[in-house]
Design a protein around this ligand. Structure first.
Ligand code: IPE
Ligand code: IPE
Ligand code: MG
Length: 254
C-alpha cells in the first residue's frame, strides 16, 4: 500500500541572484526548441505549443535582465522554418505580433534594447513594421541587449557579410588584403556585440541548426533535455551554474 500524498510535492526553487554565481556569461544565446514535441505530448496543436513557448520566453527575458546579463540572443525562426506547414508558419507569424504587442512597453520601460537578427524583407508587411518599430523605439536604450533571430540563418549571415565587404572593396573603400576578423564581425547582424559565451539548446537536440556559426567559435554549450515550454528559471539557473564552473582556455594553457 502506498502511503503519503497522492501527488509528489514540487518544491519551487527561488530564482538565483547575480551574486549567487561566481561568474556569469556576458552573452547568452538560446535555441528555443521542443514546442512541437511539447504540444504532441499534451495532445495540443503545434500552435498551442508555440504559444506556450512564448510564456517561457517572457520569464527567461525577465530573469536575464534581473541578473544583469549583457546580451541575450534568441533563435525564434530559422531560414529553414519556412518549410513547415503553412498553418504553423502563419501561427508563428501571428505570435510575433502578439509578443511585441504585449511586451514592448515593459521591455522599453526596462531599458531593453531590441535588435532583430535576420532578413526582414521576406517577412509579411505587418511583422516587418512591428519589428522595425520595436528596434527604433528601443534604439537608445542602454540595458539588456535583446537579440531576436527571425528568418535568420548563420550561413546566410556570413554570405551577407562577405557581400558587404566585397562591395566596399569594389568601390575602392577597402583593400581586401587588409580585412580583419573585426571588420568581418562588424558586418554581421551582431555587429559591436561580444561573442556568445553560453549557448543553451533545449529539448535534448545537440546541434546548431544554422544558428550563430560565427559567433559561437568559443561558446560553452549546454543541452538541457527539457522541452522549451517546460524550461523553468531553475533550469536556466542550472545552465548558468554549469557555465560558471567551466574552465575556458581559448586554446591557451591555463
Ligand atoms: C522550436 O520548437 C520553435 C521553432 C522552431 C519555431 P519546434 O517546433 O522545433 O519543436 P520540436 O522540435 O518540433 O519539438
Ligand atoms: C531550430 O530548431 C530553429 C529554432 C529553434 C528557431 P529546429 O527545430 O528548426 O531545428 P532542427 O530541424 O531540429 O534542426
Ligand atoms: Mg525543433
Amino acid at each position: 500500500m502506498q502511503l503519503g500524498l497522492p501527488h509528489p510535492i514540487k518544491i519551487k526553487k527561488s530564482p538565483k541572484k547575480a551574486e549567487d554565481f561566481t561568474r556569469l556569461p556576458e552573452h547568452v544565446a538560446i535555441i528555443m526548441d521542443g514546442n512541437g514535441r511539447w504540444a504532441k505530448n499534451h495532445h495540443y496543436s503545434v500552435s498551442k505549443g508555440h504559444k506556450q513557448g512564448t510564456e517561457t520566453l517572457r520569464e527567461i527575458i525577465r530573469h536575464t535582465d534581473d541578473l544583469g546579463i549583457h546580451s541575450l540572443s534568441l533563435y525564434a525562426f530559422s531560414t529553414e522554418n519556412w518549410s513547415r506547414p503553412v498553418e504553423e508558419v502563419n501561427a508563428l507569424m501571428q505570435l510575433i505580433l502578439d509578443f511585441f504587442a504585449s511586451e514592448i512597453d515593459e521591455l522599453d520601460a526596462k531599458n531593453v534594447r531590441i535588435r532583430i537578427l535576420g532578413d526582414k524583407s521576406r517577412l509579411p508587411e505587418k511583422q516587418r513594421t512591428t519589428l522595425v518599430l520595436a528596434e527604433e523605439r528601443t534604439a537608445h536604450n542602454t540595458g539588456l541587449n535583446l537579440n531576436i533571430a527571425i528568418n535568420y540563418g548563420g550561413r546566410a549571415e556570413i554570405v551577407r557579410a562577405a557581400q558587404i565587404l566585397a562591395l566596399r572593396a569594389q568601390r575602392g573603400e577597402l583593400d581586401p588584403r587588409t580585412i580583419t576578423e573585426e571588420d568581418f564581425s562588424n558586418c554581421l547582424y551582431t555587429a559591436g556585440q561580444s561573442d556568445v559565451d553560453l549557448l543553451i539548446r533545449t529539448s535534448g537536440e545537440m546541434r546548431l541548426s544554422n544558428f550563430f556559426l560565427y559567433q559561437c567559435a568559443y561558446a560553452e554549450f549546454t543541452f538541457p533535455k527539457v522541452l522549451w515550454p517546460d524550461f523553468t528559471i531553475a533550469d536556466y539557473d542550472s545552465a548558468l551554474e554549469s557555465f560558471s564552473g567551466r574552465q575556458r582556455r581559448f586554446g591557451g594553457r591555463q
